[in-house]
Design a protein around this ligand. Sequence first.
Ligand SMILES: Cc1ncc(C[n+]2csc(CCOP(=O)(O)OP(=O)(O)O)c2C)c(N)n1
Ligand SMILES: [Mg+2]
Length: 763
Amino acid sequence: MVLQKIQERVLWLAVSMVHHANKVRVTPSGVKVGGHQASSASMVSIMTALFFQHLKAPDRVSVKPHAAPVLHAIHYLMGGLDERYLTQLRAFGGLQSYPSRTKDPDPVDFSTGSVGIGATASIWSALAQRYVKDHFATSGQGRHIALIGDAELDEGAVWEALVDAMVPRLGEVLWIVDLNRQSLDRVVPDIAAGRIGAMFDAAGWNTVTVKYGSRLRELFAIDGGEQLQYRIDSMGNEEYQHLLCTPVGEVRHALAGSGAEGPAILRLLKEVDDESVVDALSNLGGHDLGDLLEAFAEADRVTDRPTVIFAYTIKAWRLPSQGHPGNHSALLSTEQWRALGQELGADPADPWALFPAGSPESHTCAAAAERLYRSPVAPHCAIQVPVELGRSHHTSESTQQAFGRFLLDVSRHAPEVAARIVTVSPDVASSTNLGGWINRVGIWHMEDRPDWFSDDRDTLVHWKESHKGQHIELGIAEVNLVGLLSELGATWSRDGEPLMPIGTLYDPFVARALEPWSFGMYAGGQSILIGTPSGITLAPEGGAHQSIITPSIGLEQPGCIAWEPAFGQDLEWTLLAALSNLGRPGGTSGYFRLSTRPIAQALAAVPEDPEAREDRRRAVVEGGYRLRETEGHPNVTLVGVGAVMPEVLSAAAELEANSVACDVVCITSADLVFRALRRRQGFGSGKSDILERLFPRDRAAPIVSVLDGHPHTLAFLAAITSTPIACLGVDDFGQVGEVSDLYKHFGIDAATIVGATWDLIDQ
Ligand SMILES: Cc1ncc(C[n+]2csc(CCOP(=O)(O)OP(=O)(O)O)c2C)c(N)n1
Ligand SMILES: [Mg+2]
């Protein structure tokens, strides 16, 4: 059968890529290269049946991380990957260790690597595509398929996604579980598949199981077959895996076991030779191409809910370490690799050979390539984001309030930008000030639903759900939030329609969502995350919710610019700048750390003169501005970020009153200032004038830095003008109180700033 030959070649190529990277290519450092021949082997049949027969062009496939070589082998056979890459697995500029949407040279639909995240990405991608279809004139919707390892189902991210109320409606989602009963270290304990299937069932999924291959089914159908099936079905995973590793001559008796069904099984197997007993035992449905294709077709017949196919497979299928618990990272020796080539009809002397032109296999590969061809996504013309919205920020305002007003201002003054904004919140929309925006744009749902509280006068946030809404509400699930943000932030590259996704959460929960958030950016999603309220400034609201390390997280997070504006005007300017960075090649995500502390806006009055105002705006979006300049040379430069600016300014006033000359700098993005410093030091290219603007050399003075976050975040400022520094900040959390109590307790109040200044300049 043609597919049979193709899957053997796919297995050979995948194993050979790993073999070459580890046993042929020289690694001068001596550092382990690695690769996963066993994990690849168990997925070969599933992926061969899927790609060469079943898949359609619009379908998107997320491939479990350790089957990356299988995906590349398939692309190679379909003509989508140059041969030179096959020797470059895990090499600089070569094929990545795990499928990478942004770094691999061949078409990869989803980046995977962090287990669980690649699985759930298919769900968020389906939702994002539906959202885009509901709001813009896009067509075509394929399946969103995730090929996942069985141990990925141990990940909380999977179950967090499964219980979301929208998910059971996603008929386009298909998961195929490579059920090889093994994880990295061990045989998955007991027989968990039935229980897990029931959990999917309870979550509203259609479940399909592909357990036994045709040879086993034939044996089950004859006399003694019932006992054999009972014996295999009731056997724990560990015993089954042990049988796979048992010497050929001993398998028959071990399979019969010592139970009541043993004699009937032995009678059944009497006419079967030892090799065939072993073959039958390992004849699982996940390696039976016909059974797999039937299961895919069965999944396609159910369109009103997602489907999961449990495909029983064997880890290291057809490799010497088949089924062995220690096979996860096992590599074939060169002799074993050569022998495998012979068994699979490949030539180790010419390992990358393609099927001969004109052969049925070559035809099937070409036909698959043609069937799966996608025309490139046409780039959308840039959305013009204004630099101002025209609101005057006076009186007293917190950045969180300013954020709520900002969204309403955008919908009034820049409707074409507002049309692209989609907000998402994990059950904290109203407490992060999204209420006004939600009332204006409504909640997005796949179908229109009645608002039972529409006539209730006490309801402040109206829950009007329709397919045209622009806010998506999730349950309390921060990992879902960042997963969905990532896919909403990738529609510009997938569907040609840029979105400007903004997610809100309480700032300490950034840490809970950190790794999947970061992974989403690596995978190519561009979005804005609003952490609010933040720091200890949320003081009376709860010690447990205080975030301390998020300023450093923001500064260090790749693919993202972190902002912490103090004033409403600064929030407006920086948020507009962040929006303009979304939804385009070379774009970047944004992270805002906001606060519920009302601050007198007059403290940072914006110049009236248009030129001076524009000058201020530019500085604000480049990382900060000088808020106060003393006459003559300063004795100290006080630097503040965010909610602590009133303390910084009142410390400056007190110091001046005591003849200590102070300059004050208000930083809006420590991240951008640090990047400018790196550039000035020769790491990367681009402007660094913001450094001279914030810290002119001719005004260099010792620095006292203050923020509501870990003090080390601003320690780098000392390098800008080579001055001494005292870093004030917060290095503990968990105490409720009034803001003034806590600022004093943690030493970010005006008195401590004054004291730190005296200590510093006395030295
Ligand atoms: C979040 C995360 N935790 C741990 C790992 C390390 N890891 C890689 S593969 C693996 C086991 C995967 O088992 P399974 O999904 O069943 O795939 P198989 O190798 O059996 O095909 C683990 C723990 C990881 N990549 N990501
Ligand atoms: Mg597994």
